[in-house]
Design a protein around this ligand. Structure first.
Ligand code: FAD
Ligand code: NAD
Length: 471
């Protein structure tokens, strides 16, 4: 295929949203091209998001555990040293393998990969400034915008990715900072804060709200993980807003204000991580040339079938509505291509899990207790602590609990909130149960292997309508 012929589908952006749509379209027999400017496929998630952060989380956890949690397991270790460069190399190896893997999948599914920056000329034509120089243009019967998001900057603090960093800088610092301040106690702040705290930095998280974890985290779970992270050495200033910053001196200084009960003071650190959220990215896309709109937060406006104002131009992923999560983008990618090819598609937005990959992990699906209260939806709670779970005990990893929220009359599962080891894997079981409308009794009467952490899940379900056996 050459860039000059008209495609069935042209995709702008090769992140999770774009690359999954491209593969799916190829599988469906569509003539498809995907334009990506980064020089690598996989977008934020594979290059500077999900994947590199999990590599550092995994290996920094191992390092921290070897330092602090081996003697009582009967393992005596000698000199333990951090080789940050090698840890970063391990991360780069994982990232490189996965992004190259997508290039292979493009070839396998007949997707044309155009390396460059795309922008609308009009409703059907996209011009591409090629990474290697020069320009080409491509037209599509259908076009999919999947240009993703970028870190929201903090006004007055210029990001240099060395002393004032976003998550991208936090994934490749050259040395462990002495003092790190994290602005924003959402998922990025807590995951990246955990990494550097485990590697030896004194980390303080400043959060505007009176709870950590970002939107959607159940308050009881949030309090529980905060306590555990504090035990690991992280400090928290809640109800505190960073109002201004100054990076001109040797250290970066931040003025903080009492948002809700916090106190006004000046903080300083050698590195400041700005983690106050992400915003849709449409810079240079020329949306105006196709007559497309964004809302007040910069999100491309779409209908329930991902169509923009021009019905053959669709949009999915971080650049439009909904949670900024890779698996949400992936679901939308499949649904959008199905709309194009078959006229129907579906994503169940009520059943999208969230996972925070700290140790222990936090994972949830469905509404939190505070969400249900706010919506006046009756519920009952069943919970089970990992301290009463045999596998967690053998693993000497007993912090946390499973909490289930169920309909008081029908026992139908409403939501599940877990803080504990492997919570991110366990939440898949709750997600499946919710998708199929299972009751907590259905879950509790399903045989779970012994000894597994998943038995805590089963016993929490039991506790919603009867009593757990082991607690
Ligand atoms: P992106 O991944 O941002 O991809 C968009 C792509 O479009 C980019 O590669 C960009 O270069 C390209 N592009 C933009 N404009 C143009 C143009 N004009 N022409 C050509 N190309 C263009 N989510 C999870 O679910 N789990 C996690 O564990 C997780 N961890 C994260 C950790 C970090 C540190 C960060 C920052 C994010 C994390 N996320 C995680 C969120 C996840 O990365 C995003 O939700 C996901 O990447 C969104 O996919 P997307 O394809 O919509 O956008
Ligand atoms: P977030 O919205 O989750 O959290 C930002 C936090 O910053 C909020 O709690 C907010 O109250 C606080 N804040 C904002 N302004 C502040 C100020 N001036 N002073 C103090 N606190 C302030 O955003 P994030 O953590 O930057 O993450 C961005 C996106 O990336 C999210 O949508 C997240 O879901 C996604 N992500 C997901 C994962 C994962 O799934 N494991 C990991 C990383 C990122």
């Amino acid at each position: 295929a050459s860039a000059s012929e008209e495609k069935d589908l042209v995709i702008i952006g090769g992140g999770v949203a774009g690359y999954v749509a491209a593969i799916k379209a190829g599988q469906e027999g569509l003539k498809v091209a995907c334009i990506e400017k980064r020089g690598a496929l996989g977008g934020t998630c594979l290059n500077v998001g999900c994947i590199p952060s999990k590599s550092l989380l995994n290996n920094s956890h191992l390092y921290h555990q070897i330092l602090h949690d081996t003697k009582n397991r009967g393992i005596e270790v000698g000199d333990v040293k951090l080789n940050l460069q090698a840890m970063m190399k391990a991360k780069d190896t994982s990232v490189g393998g996965l992004t190259k893997g997508i290039e292979f999948l493009f070839k396998k599914n007949g997707v044309e990969y155009i390396k460059g920056t795309g922008s609308f000329v009009n409703e059907h034509e996209i011009k591409v400034a090629l990474n290697d120089g020069g320009e080409t243009s491509v037209t599509g019967k259908n076009i999919l915008i999947a240009t993703g998001s970028e870190a929201t900057p903090f006004p007055g603090l210029e990001i240099d990715e060395k002393r004032v960093i976003t998550s991208t800088g936090a994934l490749s610092l050259e040395k462990v900072p002495e003092k790190m301040i994290v602005i924003g106690g959402g998922i990025i702040g807590l995951e990246m804060g955990s990494v550097w705290s485990r590697l030896g930095a004194k980390v303080t998280v400043v959060e505007f709200l009176d709870q950590i974890g970002g939107p959607g985290m159940d308050t009881e779970v949030s309090k529980s993980i905060q306590k555990l992270l504090k035990k690991q050495g992280m400090d928290f200033k809640l109800g505190t807003k960073v109002v201004s910053g100054d990076a001109s001196g040797e250290n970066v200084k931040l003025e903080v204000d009492a948002a809700k009960g916090g106190k006004a003071e000046t903080l300083d650190a050698d590195v400041v991580l700005v983690a106050i959220g992400r915003r849709p990215y449409t810079k240079g896309l020329g949306l105006e040339n196709a007559g497309l709109e964004v809302d007040e937060r910069g999100r491309v406006v779409i209908d329930s079938e991902y169509r923009t104002k021009a019905s053959h131009i669709r949009c999915i992923g971080d650049v439009t509505f909904g949670p900024m999560l890779a698996h949400k983008a992936e679901e939308e990618a499949v649904a959008a291509v199905e709309y194009i090819k078959k006229g129907y598609g579906h994503v169940n937005y009520g059943v999208i899990p969230s996972v925070m990959y700290t140790h222990p992990e936090v994972a949830w699906v469905g509404p939190s207790e505070q969400d249900l209260k706010k919506a006046n939806i009756p519920y009952k709670v069943g919970s089970f602590p990992f301290s009463a779970n045999s596998r967690a005990k053998t693993n000497l990893d007993t912090d946390g609990m499973v909490k289930m929220l169920a309909d008081p009359e029908t026992d139908r599962l409403l939501g599940c909130h877990i803080v504990g080891p492997n919570a991110g894997e366990m939440i898949a079981e709750a997600t499946l149960a919710l998708e199929y409308g299972a009751s907590t009794e259905d879950i509790a009467r399903t045989c779970h292997a012994h000894p597994t952490l998943a038995e805590a899940f089963k016993e929490a379900a039991m506790a919603t309508y009867s009593k757990a056996i082991h607690y």
